[in-house]
Design a protein around this ligand. Structure first.
Ligand SMILES: *Cc1c(COP(=O)(O)O)cnc(C)c1O
Length: 411
């Protein structure tokens, strides 16, 4: 068997280039993180060769004696980590996990209440261009224009009026904690199923830095690759009453064979998240985000909801006379990765919106502290100010390389 070095130098070179980009750049994309080498070893293992449609002890293929143990280990660790009654660890990613849930508990056309995309929701929470919005009747709640926060009394009003079959709580770009208990109370009042999508904050929940919906909600989905710091993938947790329907919804409903190599990576990530250091990590992620947000606000940047309770923030860049896209492009030039974002009630178009979303999960993994986070805010501010000055940008880029060398990643 030949290695990449012997067969495909083009891909090998590109992997090296990407490794350098990650090593010497500042990663502020709120949905990204750096996994451990251990997670990558599991994900890059011979487990990629196996077919194992079905579940532990009930497979449609032979030879799954070892795979069964891998999957069971992932399940046991996940249950310990989140305290869930049941978990399906096979979802390939966040969107298919949500699709499997909808397939399991809804009929096409059923009504679901979810957070509007440009108010911080996710495509798979009922956006008209996504399967969720095409197949199901999503009605949406929003954040308040003056506070940037979800008003739970309004959520209740909409729930009472619309009587949804399911209420979905979760976000991709919202920097405040959700009131899980209140969501559950409202759902109970209208007889709705509760679903939480904790894709962004799962690591903060696993690290006990913020509250968990798992004790209250019927179904909780999450990606495993964001703050949770595992391989790309997802899981579905639920109460035992939903276990059969969820498992059937995922397979054979939604997916074929699971990705056993990735599931082994998930097992490793759950193990890592169960260690005491991970609690420290989760706490530091939030401290760094708060420090960065405070410094940006001090410098006149408007942050939606005026701060953050988690790892992310949405900055209204028009407060500095640039669009989200212009800011993203300028920051990219110096080696800072961010993602443009709509802001609530945005008057600009989605491809060139007003906002920029920033997150601290990745920089915290490589050891940035609060002082470094303030430095990053300073660098962002100087980059935006110098965006038309190529020589100033080149010198900022060198500064960033030095900062990254202070906190080595994989090298
Ligand atoms: C990231 C995310 C997803 C989708 O995950 P993919 O793995 O990209 O499909 C789903 N829901 C929420 C809230 C997310 O933030």
């Amino acid at each position: 068997m030949k290695s990449l070095q012997d067969t495909d130098s083009k891909i090998l070179d590109l992997i090296k280039l990407e490794a350098d980009r990650q090593e010497y750049g500042i990663e502020l994309i709120a949905s990204e993180n750096y996994t451990s080498k251990a997670v990558m070893e599991a994900t890059g293992s011979v487990l990629t060769n196996k077919y194992s449609e079905g579940y532990v002890g009930k497979r449609y293929y032979g030879g799954n004696e070892v795979i069964d143990q891998v999957e069971q280990l992932a399940i046991d660790r996940c249950k310990e980590l989140f305290g869930c009654e049941h978990v399906n660890i096979q979802p390939l990613s966040g969107s298919p996990a949500n699709a499997a849930v909808y397939l399991a508990v809804l009929n096409p056309g059923d009504k679901v209440l979810g957070l509007k995309l440009d108010h911080g929701g996710h495509l798979s929470h009922g956006h008209p261009v996504n399967f969720s919005g095409i197949l199901y009747n999503f009605v949406q709640y929003e954040v308040e224009q003056d506070t940037g926060r979800i008003d739970m009394d309004k959520v209740r009003e909409i729930a009472l009026r619309e009587k949804p079959k399911m209420i979905l709580a979760g976000f991709s770009a919202y920097s405040r904690n959700l009131d899980w208990k209140r969501f559950k109370e409202i759902a109970d009042e209208v007889g709705a199923i509760t679903m939480a999508d904790i894709s962004h904050v799962a690591g903060l929940i696993a690290g006990k830095a913020i509250d968990s919906p798992v004790p209250y909600f019927d179904i909780v989905t999450t990606t495993t690759h964001k703050t949770l710091r595992g391989p790309r993938g997802a899981i579905i947790m639920c109460k035992n009453a939903y276990a059969k329907a969820i498992d059937k919804g995922l397979f054979p409903g939604m997916q074929g064979g699971p990705h056993d190599h990735v599931n082994a990576g998930k097992a490793v990530a759950f193990y890592e998240a169960l260690q005491p250091e991970f609690k420290q990590y989760a706490k530091k992620v939030i401290q760094n985000a708060k420090a960065m947000a405070a410094e940006l606000m001090k410098r006149g940047y408007k942050i939606i909801s005026d701060g953050t309770d988690n790892h992310l923030m949405v900055v209204d860049m028009t407060s500095k006379g640039v669009s989200g896209k212009e800011a993203e492009v300028a920051l990219e030039k110096v080696g800072i990765s961010t993602s443009r974002s709509t802001i609530p009630f945005d008057t600009r178009k989605p491809m060139d919106p007003s906002g920029l979303r920033l997150g601290t999960a990745a920089i915290t993994t490589r050891g940035f502290d609060e002082a470094d986070s303030v430095t990053v805010a300073d660098i962002i501010d100087r980059t935006i100010a110098a965006r038309a000055d190529d020589s100033a940008l080149a010198s900022i880029k060198n500064e960033i390389i030095e900062l990254c060398k202070k906190h080595p990643l994989y090298k």
